[in-house]
Design a protein around this ligand. Structure first.
Ligand SMILES: NC(=O)c1ccc[n+]([C@@H]2O[C@H](COP(=O)([O-])OP(=O)(O)OC[C@H]3O[C@@H](n4cnc5c(N)ncnc54)[C@H](O)[C@@H]3O)[C@@H](O)[C@H]2O)c1
Ligand SMILES: O=C(O)CC[C@@H](O)C(=O)O
Length: 396
C-alpha cells in the first residue's frame, strides 16, 4: 500500500495528529520528499516546495503565509479550517474591547508599579490605589457602536456577542455568505461601505483575510472618519491596518487605543497600543479543532482525492465505488477539458462508473471512477492534453 509522508511545521495538536494511521501516514518534522505539509503560521512563501508535494493543510483560517496561487497552478490544494478557531478569536476580541474600554492594561501596570517599584504596602498602598484610580476611569459598552468589517466565521460570532452585550452593531461584508447571513443576529445592521461603518462606529473590529483588496484598508483617510476617541481592534492580520496612520491618530488623540494580535517594533511599546503575541487561536479547544479538521481533510484528499475546504479549488467529494479505480485530475478552466478526458478514457476502453467535475476561478478538478485498471500510459496521455495540470491515480 502507498504510504504518505506528511511534514509538520509548527506545533500541531496531538488530538489531530493521532487520527493519522501510522501504517499509512509517516508524520514528522524531518521528512524528506513530503506528500503533504501540515502547518499553522510558518511562512512558505520563501520555501522551495518539493516536487513530491500533493497538498498543504493549514490548521487555522488565514492562508496569507502560503503561496496559494502558485500551488494552484501546480494542482496542489491548500486546505484551511474555516470556523474551527472562531470562538477563540471572538472571546479575545470581547476581551480586547474591555481592555480598551476600562484601560485595564495600564491600570494593572499602575498597581504592579506601586508595589514592585515604589515598595508600597498596607495603608499606603490602599491610599495610593484609591488616589490613582481616577486616571483609569473608562466607558461602558452598552450604547456604544461596534463596526464589524468581515462577516465570516469570526465576524458573525463577534457581532452577535457584542450585540448581546448591549452594543449597537454595524456590519460590512460585500460577499457575506448565505450561511453567515442566517447566523447573524437580525439586530446587526448591515451597511454598504467601510466609510459609512467607520463614521458611525465608536469601536471597529476587523475580520477579513489579508489579500490585495484588504491590505492597508484602515488608513489615515478612513481613520479620520471615526468619531473622536475611537478604538480599533485588529485580530485579522497586521497588514490590513496602516499602523503608522493608526499611531499618528493615537498620538493626536483622535483614537483612544489600538488593540491587536500582531506586534511591531513601534506598536509593542506605544502607550495606547495593546499588542498581544498572536493569541487569537491559542486555546486548547481551538488548537484541537483546527488540527482535527485539517488532518481529516488532508487524509481524505490523500486517500480518496476528495477536496473539502481548499482555498484554491472547489469542493469535490465523491463516495468511492467498490471495484473501480479513481483518478483525480486538475486542469485549467477552459472549454472541452471534460470531453478530452472522457475521450482518453473511452479510447483506453474504460467504462466510467462515477464522474464529478467542478471549476473555481482559473482551475477545475475532476474525480472519476473507472471500471478496470488505469495503465501508466493512460495517465501520461491525459497529462499530455493541453491544460491538464496534474493527474493522480488514487488507489483504493
Ligand atoms: N488572530 C488570530 O489568531 C486569527 C485566528 C483566526 C483567523 N484570523 C484571521 O481572521 C481572518 C478571518 O477569519 P474567518 O475565519 O472569519 O474567515 P472567513 O473566511 O470565514 O471570513 C472572512 C470574511 O471576510 C470577508 N471579506 C473579504 N474581503 C472583505 C472586504 N474587503 N471587506 C469586508 N469583508 C471582506 C469575506 O467575504 C468573508 O465573509 C483570517 O483570514 C485570518 O487572517 C486570525
Ligand atoms: O495558528 C495560530 O496560532 C494562529 C492561527 C490564526 O492566525 C488563523 O489564521 O487561523
Amino acid at each position: 500500500m502507498t504510504t504518505f509522508p506528511i511534514q509538520t511545521l509548527n506545533a500541531i495538536s496531538p488530538v489531530g495528529l493521532q487520527r493519522l494511521d501510522r501504517s499509512v501516514f509517516d508524520v514528522g518534522t524531518d521528512i524528506d520528499s513530503p506528500r503533504a505539509i501540515l502547518l499553522r503560521s510558518a511562512d512558505l512563501h520563501s520555501v522551495e516546495l518539493p516536487p513530491s508535494l500533493y497538498a498543504v493543510a493549514r490548521a487555522g483560517a488565514g492562508t496569507n503565509n502560503i503561496p496559494v496561487d502558485r500551488l494552484a497552478a501546480r494542482g496542489i490544494p491548500v486546505f484551511n479550517t474555516p470556523g474551527a478557531n472562531a470562538n477563540a478569536v471572538k472571546e479575545l476580541v470581547i476581551a480586547g474591547m474591555l481592555l480598551a474600554a476600562r484601560n485595564l492594561y495600564h491600570a494593572a501596570d499602575y498597581t504592579r508599579d506601586l508595589v514592585a517599584v515604589q515598595g508600597l504596602s498596607g495603608a499606603d498602598l490602599e491610599k495610593q490605589v484609591e488616589a490613582g484610580k481616577k486616571q483609569f476611569a473608562g466607558f461602558e459598552l452598552p450604547g456604544k457602536t461596534l463596526g464589524v468589517i468581515g462577516l465570516g466565521a469570526i465576524g458573525v460570532l463577534v457581532a452577535n456577542a457584542a450585540q448581546s452585550l448591549g452594543l449597537k452593531v454595524l456590519g460590512y461584508d460585500p460577499n457575506v455568505t448565505i450561511k453567515a447571513a442566517w447566523q447573524l443576529s437580525p439586530n446587526v445592521e448591515q451597511v454598504s461601505s467601510v466609510e459609512e461603518l467607520l463614521s458611525r462606529s465608536d469601536m471597529v473590529t476587523l475580520h477579513v483575510p489579508l489579500v490585495d483588496g484588504t491590505r492597508g484598508m484602515i488608513n489615515a483617510e478612513r481613520i479620520a472618519l471615526m468619531p473622536q476617541g475611537g478604538v480599533v481592534l485588529n485580530f485579522a492580520r497586521g497588514g490590513v491596518v496602516d499602523e503608522a496612520a493608526v499611531i499618528a491618530a493615537l498620538d493626536s488623540g483622535h483614537l483612544h487605543s489600538y488593540v491587536n494580535d500582531f506586534p511591531t517594533e513601534a506598536g509593542a511599546v506605544h502607550p495606547k497600543v495593546i499588542a498581544l503575541p498572536h493569541l487569537g487561536a491559542s486555546t486548547g479547544e481551538a488548537e484541537d479543532n483546527c488540527a482535527v479538521m485539517a488532518v481529516d481533510q488532508l487524509a481524505d484528499y490523500l486517500l480518496n482525492g476528495n477536496i473539502r475546504n481548499a482555498v484554491n479549488f472547489p469542493d469535490v467529494v465523491m463516495t468511492r465505488t467498490p471495484g473501480t479505480t479513481r483518478l483525480g485530475i486538475f486542469n485549467e478552466n477552459k472549454p472541452n477539458m471534460i470531453g478530452q478526458i472522457t475521450a482518453a478514457l473511452a479510447a483506453a476502453g474504460l467504462n466510467v462508473s462515477e464522474f464529478t467535475n467542478k471549476s473555481r476561478g482559473d482551475y477545475a478538478y475532476t474525480l472519476v471512477d473507472v471500471e478496470g485498471e488505469v495503465r501508466d500510459e493512460l495517465k501520461q496521455e491525459i497529462l499530455a492534453i493541453e491544460g491538464i495540470i496534474r493527474a493522480r491515480k488514487i488507489e483504493a
